[in-house]
Design a protein around this ligand. Structure first.
Ligand code: UT7
Length: 340
C-alpha cells in the first residue's frame, strides 16, 4: 500500500547536497601542430616581426589544420586533463566547453566532445569569449558544491583561424588556435576562491563577429570574421582589469604576497605587464607569458599557459594562482585557485 499523499501545498523536496569544497585536480592542453612565425603573416598585413613583437609580445602562434577541429582539440586536451587529475574518464559527470569558434550554430560542441570521450553526461557550451575558462571554473565549482555533478571537465577551446581575416591588420597577428582543459572535483579544503565577474555590454561592438549571420544571408556576404577595435579594448583591459584581479585576491582572503603564480588571459604582453605593475605583484612571482609562442587563443589561453608552466616546473603544484580572463562582450572573470 502506498503512503498517503501529503496535503496539497505542504510537499517538500529533497535538496541537492554537494561537496563542501571543490578544486582543480588536473589540467591538460592541446597545441596544434603547425607553428606560424610572424614572418609568415607580415607581408599580407604590411607589418613587421619587430612591430608585432613590440606591440603584442607575439613571436609565433599555432594554427590548426583541417583535421584539428574545436572538437578534436577539446578531446585531446580533456584526455590530458583527466590523466593529470588521476581519475578515470567515466568519473566525469559534466562537460562544459567555452568557445566562440565552434562552426555550428547548434548543437553545442560539448555533447559531441562528451560523446567522443565515451560519455553521456550533461554537456553544454558557454559563450564568454576570452573570459570563458574562468567562467567555466566558477560554474564547475558551484556545480560540485551544489551537488549537481561530481567531477566536471572545463574546456576552453578556439579555432580562431577559421574566423580571422588574414588581411585584417588589427587581428591577423593576434588570434590563434588551441585547447586547454581542467578537471574540477570535490575537495576537503577550499580550492577555488570567490569569482569576481561581470560585463559591460555597452561595449559589445568593440570585439565582435563583423556581420551577423542574418546580414551574411540577406546581403550575400562572405563568411564573417571577428573584428576588434584594439585600442578601445586595450584601454578597458589596462585600466579595468587590475582592480577586478585585486578584488579576487581580497575575496580569497589573501594578499598578493601569498600568490605563487599570476595567470592572466594572454591578450597582449603590454596588458600583462601593466597588470603586474598595478597589482604590485612581488618581483619573483611567475607570470604566464605564453603569448610569445601561442598568441591569443581566447578561452584556451589560461589553461594552456597553466598546463605548460606546471609541466615545465615554473609554478608549484598546490600553489596559489590568480587567474583572470577578459574579452568580447565585454566580459570578465577572475578567481584565485589552488594549482593541481
Ligand atoms: O582577447 C580579448 C581582448 N583583446 C585584447 O585585449 C587586445 C587589446 N588590444 C591590443 O592588444 C592592441 O590594441 C593591438 C595589439 C591590437 C594593437 O596595438 P596598438 O598599440 O593599440 O596599435 P594601434 O591600433 O594603436 O596602432 C598603432 C599604429 C598605427 O599607426 P599610426 O596611426 O600610429 O601611424 C597603426 O596604423 O600602428 C599601426 N598598425 C600596424 N602597424 C604594423 C596597426 N596595426 C598594425 C600592424 N602592423 N599589424
Amino acid at each position: 500500500m502506498s503512503a498517503a499523499a501529503a496535503p496539497k501545498g505542504t510537499g517538500t523536496l529533497t535538496a541537492p547536497a554537494g561537496a563542501r569544497h571543490a578544486r582543480i585536480w588536473g589540467v591538460g592542453g592541446y597545441r596544434p601542430e603547425r607553428v606560424v612565425p610572424n614572418s609568415e603573416i607580415v607581408d599580407v598585413i604590411d607589418s613587421s616581426d619587430e612591430w608585432i613583437q613590440e606591440r603584442s609580445g607575439i613571436k609565433s602562434r599555432r594554427w590548426a589544420g583541417p583535421h584539428e577541429t574545436v572538437v578534436t582539440m577539446s578531446v585531446a586536451a580533456a584526455r590530458d586533463a583527466v590523466a593529470s587529475a588521476g581519475i578515470q574518464l567515466d568519473q566525469v559527470e559534466a562537460v562544459i566547453v567555452s568557445t566562440v569558434s565552434h562552426p555550428y550554430q547548434t548543437p553545442a560542441a560539448a555533447p559531441i566532445v562528451a560523446d567522443a570521450l565515451g560519455l553521456r553526461c550533461v554537456a553544454f557550451d558557454i559563450s564568454a569569449a576570452c573570459a570563458g575558462y574562468c567562467h567555466g571554473i566558477s560554474l564547475a565549482n558551484d556545480m560540485v558544491r551544489g551537488g549537481s555533478a561530481g567531477f566536471v571537465l572545463v574546456i576552453g577551446v578556439e579555432k580562431l583561424s577559421d574566423f580571422t581575416d588574414p588581411t585584417d591588420r588589427s587581428t591577423a597577428f593576434i588570434f590563434a588556435d588551441g585547447a586547454g582543459a581542467a578537471v574540477v572535483g570535490p575537495s576537503d579544503t577550499p580550492g577555488i576562491g570567490p569569482t569576481i565577474w561581470g560585463s559591460d555590454g555597452s561595449q559589445w561592438e568593440t570585439i565582435k563577429q563583423n556581420e551577423s549571420w542574418l546580414e551574411v544571408r540577406d546581403e550575400g556576404l562572405d563568411f564573417p570574421s571577428i573584428g576588434m577595435q584594439g585600442q578601445s579594448v586595450f584601454r578597458w583591459a589596462v585600466w579595468g582589469m587590475a582592480p577586478v584581479a585585486q578584488r579576487a585576491i581580497d575575496a580569497a582572503g589573501i594578499t598578493a604576497a601569498d600568490l605563487d603564480a599570476f595567470l592572466p588571459h594572454q591578450a597582449n604582453m603590454r596588458i600583462i605587464d601593466a597588470m603586474v605593475k598595478q597589482l604590485k605583484l612581488p618581483a619573483d612571482i611567475p607570470v604566464a607569458r605564453d603569448i610569445v609562442e601561442t598568441a591569443n587563443t581566447s578561452a584556451a589561453s589560461i589553461p594552456l599557459a597553466t598546463e605548460r608552466m606546471l609541466r615545465e616546473g615554473e609554478i608549484p603544484h598546490g600553489g596559489l594562482a590568480l587567474q583572470i580572463g577578459f574579452g568580447a562582450g565585454l566580459v570578465y572573470a577572475a578567481q584565485v585557485v589552488v594549482l593541481p
